[in-house]
Design a binder for this molecule. Structure first.
Ligand SMILES: [Zn+2]
Ligand SMILES: [Zn+2]
Length: 98
């Protein structure tokens, strides 16, 4: 019967019956067994982005480069290195008298 079916809960990943065991529910109303939920959290954490320290925009992990433990987006990395280059260029010019 519909009522019976509705009361059964299955993990949306591995289809394990989680009706009577520990489970999680995501924002879409899907159920997760603890194992799959934990794995998903781990995945989310790995793929979670960060806010670029240079421009304050948020980016996904593959778009970020970590410099000194801080995340920077591509344009900011380029900017940073460009600044560094010209900075060292000036020192170099000062040292060599060019
Ligand atoms: Zn599962
Ligand atoms: Zn940036």
């Amino acid at each position: 019967m519909p009522i019976e079916a509705e009361s059964l809960k299955y993990c949306c990943k591995c289809s394990k019956d989680v009706t009577h065991i520990g489970r999680m529910k995501d924002s879409d109303g899907r159920y997760w067994c603890i194992d799959c939920g934990a794995k998903d959290e781990e995945k989310k954490r790995v793929h979670a982005g960060a806010v670029c320290k240079g421009c304050g925009e948020s980016f996904s992990k593959p778009q970020l480069t970590w410099i000194g433990g801080l995340p920077y987006c591509d344009p900011c990395v380029k900017k940073k290195f460009a600044v560094k280059k010209s900075f060292f260029g000036k020192i170099w010019a000062g040292l060599t008298g060019e």
